[in-house]
Design a protein around this ligand. Structure first.
Ligand code: SF4
Length: 301
């Protein structure tokens, strides 16, 4: 694992950061990994704090950021943060529930270097609305269609634990014209954990490897799911020192250790191969980046 701030000489600068700007969201999903919702706040990070983080990130070679939350478009300075990142030559992904996209946001999203990511749960309106615990299916679908009509790059991640639900949701997305579609199980964090203590073995294992997340209060963690593993705060220390520091190295090592322990207890069907996996969520060709866990395809890995 190579922490972001410890980029080796000669290695390509393919590093990325999640800018986890808010805990506010119009929705209130039962599985939300960081317990965001209508009562969530924007934390203590100011617009200038985010600008400072972006400046430091550019200096250490970060080339991709994802604005995430909560619903990042609800953060009052999110457009300015996105535009600052673009000005620093970064690619900017906005991980949105697409419930409401303002005209100003549509204009920004059409700029070179911008893209959208969204989660999708079901082709059935009642099922999605049951997941999000507020009416959202029609709006999200309309805005996916609008993004495609405007030629804005968009990817979708289907979240669920039932194979048929994932299969039908993927088919629905493909029929809408979404080409980049991933899938993930519900991760047992936040409300998704149902009150249980977070378990590092439920992480994907790529956390902290040339990627990290910065939360609404400035706390840095290996990824958006592992926010309980704070490794430093950008309001107290430089981003480079945090990303090359011992706390992140320890967190990454402990995640690896927890995952190794769990791998021993899981097994695929004997004839499982990447071309015909035993689980439709298996994405042999997926690569981890903000908002998408890497492939958990065991035959490939
Ligand atoms: S899962 Fe996403 S859309 Fe649902 S409450 Fe959490 S942040 Fe909002």
């Amino acid at each position: 694992m190579t922490p972001i701030g410890a980029k080796r000489e000669g290695t390509p600068g393919a590093e990325s950061l999640w800018l986890d700007v808010t805990r506010r969201c119009q929705l209130n999903c039962g599985h939300c990994y960081n317990s965001s919702g209508p009562d969530g706040d924007h934390g203590t990070m100011t617009r200038n704090d985010w600008f400072s983080v972006l400046g430091q990130a550019a200096e250490i070679g970060v080339s991709n950021v994802t604005l995430i939350g909560g619903e990042p478009t609800l953060y009052p300075h999110a457009i300015e943060v996105a535009e600052r990142a673009l000005a620093l030559d970064m690619k900017v992904e906005v991980y949105s529930n697409l419930v409401h996209v303002s005209e100003r946001w549509w204009a920004v999203l059409q700029r070179e270097g911008m893209s959208i990511a969204t989660s999708y749960y079901s082709n059935k309106p009642a099922r999605r609305n049951q997941v999000t615990r507020r009416p959202s299916h029609a709006r999200t679908r309309d805005n996916i269609a609008k993004a495609i009509s405007l030629d804005i790059p968009i990817r979708a991640g289907v979240v669920g634990n039932r194979k048929r639900q994932i299969w039908t949701a993927k088919r629905d997305l493909r029929m809408m014209g979404v080409e980049e579609i991933g899938a993930d199980r519900i991760r047992e964090f936040g409300r998704g954990g149902g009150g249980q203590e977070p378990d590092a073995s439920n992480l994907c294992g790529m956390c902290g490897d040339r990627r990290a997340s910065i939360g609404p209060n400035g706390e840095v963690s290996p990824c958006v799911f592992s926010t309980w593993m704070g490794v430093g705060n950008v309001q107290d220390a430089s981003l480079a020192s945090i990303l090359s520091g011992p706390a992140l190295a320890w967190a990454v090592a402990s995640i690896e250790g927890a995952r190794r322990g769990k791998e021993k207890t899981k097994a695929c069907r004997p004839d499982c191969v990447p071309q015909n996996p035993c689980d439709p969520r298996c994405e042999p060709n997926a690569a981890c980046r903000p908002g998408t866990p890497p492939s958990e395809c065991k035959p490939r890995n």
